[in-house]
Design a protein. Structure first.
Length: 350
């Protein structure tokens, strides 16, 4: 989501209750390296290999490269990067050089507020839009093939209880490929501030999906929302929590969460701390502010100059017992923000 566009709205609610024409390898200085001490540790569980600003404020065949809200590894090993301005980019996994840009639209040809991305087993793209919200299946060339059902309560008011620009941000397919999970970014009206709903769908014949269980997740601070989730190989979730404070900068934290014993909240109208509701359990893996700067610079105040509006995440592989996790920031096409890729290694806790 365009975080700053809703910052005033969130803050008010809390008071009442927060030119790459032919892209190639990054030039010198685009990639961060180890700091003088050689430490890359962000925490005992997470380390930062490097970062790249290679795509910041660039264009590809007339399309602005940025506004990234989600990442996914395609079946050919390339990197898919979703812009929240209705574009899906195909990037070279090693150099990040754009190879293709596919425009996206709804059934009426209108632009999406595209936020979440999954590449399904047949190569089609499942993409969320925050507007309604919605999840549509697209072909590789951007044709709409299907649309998933959405519970009435998760729709934007007045149709439902969600707030505009605070709906489906994260999307992931659980191991086995039978269950799809989407994360709302902020709480529904009537739910306690900081309680975020995670909705699932179960695969049916013909690769359609029907509504499944729903779970509740609590952010550590009311100002924080959930911009992304990614399923781990063992069925747990990597969850990003993110917020922004004017004059201070971004807060971005990475958690390991387990929905497997959480209560199905699909039949509970209001989540207000009632007994008997088991929330998704979570463990903090790292606060990105604790990572080494690796020479990063920021265009505005930040607790760590490495930080920006981090919004996309995907797991790219595994090495030496750690997951290789790639993050990307959404620069909102803003001069004081940066499109930055972060290469992490994450050790899952028991």
């Amino acid at each position: 989501m365009r975080l700053r566009t809703v910052l005033t709205t969130v803050t008010a609610a809390l008071a009442a209750a927060t030119c790459l024409t032919a892209a190639g390898p990054a030039s010198a200085g685009s990639y961060g390296s180890a700091n003088s001490s050689g430490s890359r540790a962000c925490s005992p569980a997470v380390s930062l290999d490097r970062f790249s600003d290679a795509l910041d404020k660039t264009t590809y065949q007339g399309t602005f490269v940025g506004n990234f809200s989600a990442l996914a590894v395609d079946r050919d090993g390339s990197l898919a990067a979703l812009s929240d301005r209705s574009s899906l980019f195909d990037l070279d996994a090693k150099t990040l050089a754009p190879k293709k840009a596919v425009p996206l639209a709804d059934e009426n040809g209108a632009a999406l507020d595209s936020e979440g991305l999954v590449i399904d087993r047949d190569g089609t793209r499942l993409i969320t839009s925050e507007t309604e919200p919605s999840i549509r299946r697209y072909s590789r060339d951007g044709r709409i093939l299907d649309r998933l059902p959405v519970p009435a309560s998760l729709l934007v008011a007045p149709a439902g209880r969600a707030t505009s620009n605070q709906t489906f941000e994260g999307l992931t397919l659980l191991p086995g490929g039978h269950t799809l999970l989407a994360s709302m970014e902020y709480a529904l009206a009537g739910d306690s501030t900081g309680i975020v709903r995670f909705q699932t769908w179960n695969r049916t014949k013909g690769d359609h999906f029907k509504l499944g269980a729903q779970y509740a997740y609590r952010t550590d601070e009311a100002i924080l929302g959930v911009p992304e989730v990614q399923a781990t190989p063992d069925g747990r979730l990597l969850v990003l929590e993110r917020g922004f404070t004017a004059g201070v900068g971004n807060t971005v934290r990475l958690y390991l969460a387990d929905p497997r014993r959480a209560t199905d909240t699909s039949g509970i109208e209001n989540l207000t701390g009632q007994s008997g509701v088991r929330l998704i359990k979570k463990t903090l893996l790292t606060d990105i502010a604790g990572c080494p700067t690796l020479g990063a610079t920021a265009k505005q105040p930040q607790p760590n100059p490495l930080l920006d509006n981090i919004e996309g995440m995907t797991i790219t592989g595994r090495e030496k017992g750690r997951l290789k996790v790639l993050l990307v920031s959404d620069d909102n096409q803003n001069a004081v923000q940066t499109t930055r890729f972060y290469y992490l290694r994450v050790r899952l806790t028991p």
